[in-house]
Design a binder for this molecule. Sequence first.
Ligand code: SAM
Length: 337
Amino acid sequence: MQPAPQARRSLPLLHAAPRVEPRTVRVSLTDRCDLACVYCRPSRSDGYLEKRLDDDAWRAMIRALVQAGVRRVRITGGEPLLHPRVTELVAFVASLGVEDLALTTNATLLAERARALRAAGLQRLTVSLDSLVPERFWRITRGGRLDRVLAGIEAARAAGFAELKTNTVVLRDDNDDELPALTSWAWERGIVPRFIEVMRVGEGAHLPPETLVGHAEMRGRLAHLLVDEDGARDEGRGPARYVHARGDARLRVGFITGTTDTYCETCDRLRVASDGTLRPCLATNDGVAAMDLAERGDVGALVGAIGEAWALKPDGRTWKGCTEDTAADVSMRAIGG
Ligand code: SAM
């Protein structure tokens, strides 16, 4: 059994007054996952949290987040579709009238759930897709079936989400020859492909450094498809930079470059782990344990705990995000990737 992330504080020096307010939250509904991607976890049996929030506790937590000013919610994990009542929880978040409600999934269970999630008010969906070659996909995910994931993506297309994206973590000598194929495949289906630099977070810190394919190299591999411009971020929508296709500005590719570039200064993101720990930053285990408050349904006290967690947010001017040594001790699966 994996111990709960420790609630502790870092050096006060790192926490000069936060520049932005918490507007975006990533909620890890469960730390359980049915895959074990090589850059994310060491095996399928690396242990789970001892206790997770129940549905009422999640409702109190989400009410408190909205009261504290959060306007954009992304549900993630672990694998959020393993939560038996993910659809009901999505409907609850939607009922609070947030501006943006999105979910990140590995899509192994999406074929059965896409339509209900859309009907419950989920607006946008991101699917992790590291390869279009079944054997590779199986190897990178340690046992994932590509056909199920592709069926899930088709169901999501049919369900009519406002936006569909894919996330591909690019690994040298593994899937780095697939960038053009993944891009064309996604564009043909109205999907926005995104390519992610492997970060030294969790298991990513144990991969050989040469596994990293940096942004410049990725751009080189897509040079024939994309305009020769830096691209731009979508306002309020996280760190990805989008570059559009040569000859068609409606087609885009996103790049997430947490290793060669850090973008902490404008980060308005808070995370909630499935045990209720409020986490101000992906790259440290700092946080405020709030399971008890959530279980008591004490929304007022939770708003206070959110403020406390936000005060722990590292100073984005000096902090170098996922390149900091502390990132290696973080489990992306446990805290919500
Ligand atoms: N199970 C869901 C899924 O597969 O999309 C959500 C959780 S998963 C941890 C969320 C994202 O984290 C995925 O897109 C995954 O590729 C990314 N991720 C995990 N570890 C990473 C690492 N070391 N470097 C870069 N991205 C990572």
